[in-house]
Write a protein that binds this ligand. Structure first.
Ligand code: ZN
Length: 427
């Protein structure tokens, strides 16, 4: 039996806990996310701060705009029974966050929850790849796409994709090969001139030596036939209808990161803006940076980012269609028994992954929920508070910086020290 290659990813043990305080491993998805931000701590801090500000702005927009109640409340409303919101600092990697807030667990429509969920799913996929290759099997990676036009709804295209996928993995050769093997699929959507483009990426866990081309041709033929039977145009195999190849195990982590990459939210313009000024949208419009992607296919989060920057009605309509069309659908689907066979851990739901918090954090300050209700409408200030904590020398320094920043911005006394670190008076 073949041993897994050295380059196959090993999940690193690290201190992280879920919402119930249970320890979790810090997986490769999280490591990838962290390393992607830059190698030097200062670069990492700046990039993280800019990205976090973009996400806070998006949540601010979604809090009044989203059609999904849980998304509107995500990281805005204190969790049930909470009267304070905590600023927590994880000292070992200098990351700060707010704790004690509701989370929505939407992999499709929340900029922050999606990132946490996809990092967790990346860990699972890498574990599955390691597990299968350790048994001597091969992993094949591919995608199937379909033809579409702008008058087709997102929901109809997604439903057709599900039917065609069932036909593809049920096709003669695939059925024979996959009878004792496994697959996992991920659905991805973009939007462009020809409307919604919904497609499927897949990993096939197959016996060593399986010919990807033969298997792919068989799956594509069944995929195409089923789409035509549903009244759609036949996809063209050689015009992007099918991509298939053996997974490069020496580069598995990067390939899986790429596989999930388009699920992340990025602000259209990361140029620093000093205050929450009303003219920000106009400034971005003048810079026209967000216009660069027009004409190209945009991911849903790129549509949201454009809407946050420009407020265009067409983008608002598209985003609403996206929220309604994607709600309740799974981002990642495993074949029957595949997850149990390849990933030993119990599966965490999207909601559980989204609610995970970094462990080992020190509570720097508590913000009363009444003050929080005003603060939460100030994304730049929220980001500044966390950035100041990340730059501080120690907990006392962090608290003083937070207290001073709040006072400067019109919130004197909004922060208090956590009860166990109140100054002690001696007789
Ligand atoms: Zn969320």
């Amino acid at each position: 039996m073949a041993a897994p290659p050295q380059s196959a990813v090993q999940v690193r043990a690290d201190a992280r806990v879920d919402s119930l305080g249970r320890p979790l491993a810090l997986g490769r998805g999280e490591q990838l996310r962290r390393s992607a931000a830059g190698d030097h701590p200062a670069e990492r801090s700046t990039a993280r701060s800019a990205k976090r500000l973009g996400a806070f702005r998006a949540l601010d927009t979604l809090s009044t705009f989203s059609s999904l109640e849980r998304v509107r409340k995500c990281r805005r409303v204190p969790a049930y029974g909470q009267t304070v919101v905590e600023i927590v600092h994880r000292v070992e990697d200098r990351r700060a966050h707010f704790a004690g807030l509701q989370t929505c667990g939407s992999v499709w429509s929340c900029p922050l929850c999606s990132e946490k969920i996809l990092a967790g799913r990346a860990d699972e996929l890498l574990t599955a790849i390691n597990s299968w290759t350790a048994r001597g099997g091969d992993v094949i990676m591919g995608s199937l796409t379909m033809r579409h036009h702008r008058h087709q709804s997102l929901a109809d295209l997604w439903d057709a994709l599900g039917e065609a996928w069932r036909a593809a993995y049920g096709s003669k050769i695939a059925r024979k090969l996959l009878k004792s093997c496994h697959w996992v699929r991920r659905v991805e959507s973009t939007h462009g001139r020809h409307g919604w483009h919904v497609h499927v990426h897949f990993l096939l866990f197959v016996p060593a030596g399986t010919d990807p081309t033969e298997l792919g041709n068989c799956m594509f033929a069944a995929w195409s036939r089923r789409l035509v039977s549903l009244g759609m145009q036949a996809p063209s195999r050689d015009e992007g209808g099918l991509h298939i190849k053996r997974l490069d195990l020496s580069n598995a982590a990067a390939e899986v990161a790429e596989y999930l990459a388009k699920g992340h939210y990025e602000e259209v313009n990361n140029a620093p803006v000093a205050i929450d000024q009303p003219g920000r949208n106009a400034a971005l419009e003048l810079a026209s940076i967000s216009k660069q992607a027009r004409g190209a296919n945009r991911t849903p989060f790129q549509i949201l980012a454009d809407f946050v920057a420009n407020g265009e009605v067409a983008d608002a309509d598209l985003w609403r269609e996206w929220e309604n069309g994607s709600k309740g659908r799974r981002a990642i689907t495993w074949s029957r028994g595949a997850r149990d066979a390849l990933v030993v851990d119990n599966e965490q739901t999207d909601e559980q992954l989204a609610a995970e918090t970094d462990g080992g954090g020190v509570v720097i300050a508590e913000l009363h929920s009444r003050a929080w209700a005003s603060l939460v409408r100030r994304p730049v200030l929220l980001n500044t508070l966390l950035t100041l904590v990340e730059m501080s020398r120690d907990s006392d320094d962090a608290y003083c910086l937070v207290d001073a920043a709040l006072a400067c911005e019109g919130f004197p006394g909004a922060a208090r020290r956590p009860p166990d670190r109140m100054p002690q008076w001696s007789a």
